[in-house]
Design a protein around this ligand. Sequence first.
Ligand SMILES: C[S@@+](CC[C@H](N)C(=O)[O-])C[C@H]1O[C@@H](n2cnc3c(N)ncnc32)[C@H](O)[C@@H]1O
Length: 260
Amino acid sequence: MILAREWNAGEYEELSAPQTRWGAVVLERLDARGDEAAIDAGCGTGRVTELLLAKLPEGSVLAVDGSEAMVEAARRRFAGEPRVRVERQDLLELRVEEPVDLIFSTATFHWIKDHERLFERLARALKPHGRLVAQCGGEGNIARATEATKETMEEERFRQYFAGWEDDKNYADAETTARRLEAAGFEEVKTWLHDETAAFGSVDELTRFIGTVVLGGHMERLPEGEREPFAAAVAGKIVAAEDAPALRYVRLNIMARRSA
Ligand SMILES: C[S@@+](CC[C@H](N)C(=O)[O-])C[C@H]1O[C@@H](n2cnc3c(N)ncnc32)[C@H](O)[C@@H]1O
């Protein structure tokens, strides 16, 4: 069963320039021979997967995502490319025919609550000594946006749609993540946080971005007509707090090797 939620793949493809930029930086840490079999865990529409493939001229990529729309978009992108296979799978249930040399993942792990289980599944999908190179949102990520979202959810107009709401993000810290990776069978573990700011040209741009990339789970709860007003209300509060249409990200970086 796939528990991962749906995404608006068309909007994500258009709006994910920050994630693509960060993904390209993480790829510089890959240090690949070029003939490895790799997994892109949470491939989205495949923008970053394409950059991963370019690092593996003799290799192959299994691109995995839980969202049907994302998988369709990635399949269209890689149609006719025999070195990429796109599969719809929940990473918490990840299964592979053959263990791989390398797992790469960006902007995905913070959408998954159970990191203990996630890292176990990833370890199982790797060959002994296989490497995990990843980045996701970490402790303190977009804290003002999270605060603005909570405040907006409590407003009279929106409160009714969020009964029983549980936060859908998991912004883990570096130390806890390192411990979880070691417990799941990784060694040579390195985890660290760093800051990134994404700036937008206008409040409208920020509204569109957060509506797709940050608040997708909230959007699912809201009726069609309340979605844009909700995202706009959150964006307005972010701009008031930051004095600019900007999101202050904290990225959690992960490098680890599966033990023998
Ligand atoms: C922000 S997108 C990142 C896409 C791409 N890696 C990038 O950097 O642009 C997060 C992706 O993670 C996927 N995802 C979240 N939870 C997942 C899960 N449990 N299993 C598989 N995919 C998941 C979502 O469907 C979405 O496509």
